[in-house]
Ligand binder design. Structure first.
Ligand code: 6PG
Length: 256
């Protein structure tokens, strides 16, 4: 049974699938992981999947830790990466990967070699980015050019940012690197992130957007003037892939 109550088509800006609430959003997110792993299993290959931070992936992780969801994941057919990361130790509750490890990955049957966290200790941010690129190239077998993720899960901040692409940052226009480290002035913090180039090469990108805090930003991103410097989420436009927005009713309130 699907939780999707209606769909809206915004052309190149994607399809919006509306669900009732945050719980339904997390369920649908978990189903995305299940589906991509099962397809990879059928095709006898490994799916490249990128997770994100945020509240929905946290709840998704709790679901994937239950037998009802976890037993349907073909764990042996996933290679897990993170689309962005804060430059904090894995043990920190601010670490996107750390939180996912603790919520479900550590307790899952996935082989630790298939879990690829950004390094945030004992290296500089730019060394971390360069090591992550090397790791991704090795896992994907793509030595030059842009690796293709099967699924990238993204969040959208209330300010319209996605990944660690924040308004007004040069990273939004980086079409040279596949991953990068940068200092984000408004946060006074170092961030590690996929570039738009890497995100837009994916077969499928799914935004997870829940809560009333997103209701004003979402129509600007999907229906407003194009201004990627103000609304970095608009820079996500897969070249050959599918773009889906899973949105709860509270976040979808102002979409027409
Ligand atoms: C950040 C944000 C980011 C988060 C979005 C959406 O600091 O980069 O916290 O990690 O994914 O803000 O999060 P929610 O879906 O919880 O609003």
């Amino acid at each position: 049974m699907t939780d999707i109550v209606r769909s809206l088509d915004f052309g190149v800006r994607g399809r919006v699938d509306v669900v009732a609430d945050g719980e339904a959003l997390a369920r649908q997110a978990a189903e995305q992981i299940i589906a991509v792993s099962q397809t990879a299993d059928t095709e006898h290959r490994t799916a490249l999947v990128a997770l994100s931070g945020g509240s929905t992936p946290k709840r998704m992780g709790e679901l994937l830790a239950t037998p009802e969801y976890g037993d349907r994941v073909a764990w042996g057919h996933l290679a897990i990466f993170w689309g962005d990361e804060r430059f904090v130790p894995l043990a920190s509750s601010d670490s996107n990967a750390g939180e996912a490890l603790r919520a479900f990955i550590d307790a899952s049957p996935i082989c630790p070699d298939d879990v690829h966290t950004w390094e945030t200790e004992g290296v500089t941010p730019s060394e971390s980015a360069s090591n992550y690129e090397a790791e991704l190239r090795e896992v994907s077998g793509v030595d030059t050019g842009v690796p293709v993720f099967d699924l990238i899960l993204l969040g959208m901040g209330d300010d319209g940012h996605t990944l660690s692409l924040f308004p007004g940052t040069a990273a939004i226009h980086n079409n040279t690197d596949i991953v990068l480290a940068h200092h984000v002035e408004k946060l006074n913090a170092d961030r590690l992130t996929f570039s738009p180039l890497l995100a837009n090469a994916a077969r499928k990108v799914v935004f997870l957007v829940g809560g009333a805090g997103k209701a004003d930003t979402l129509p600007r991103v999907l229906q407003g003037e194009e201004d990627v410097d103000t609304l970095p989420s608009q820079v996500i436009r897969p070249t050959n892939g599918e773009l889906v927005w899973l949105v709860d009713e509270a976040a979808a309130a102002n979409l027409r």
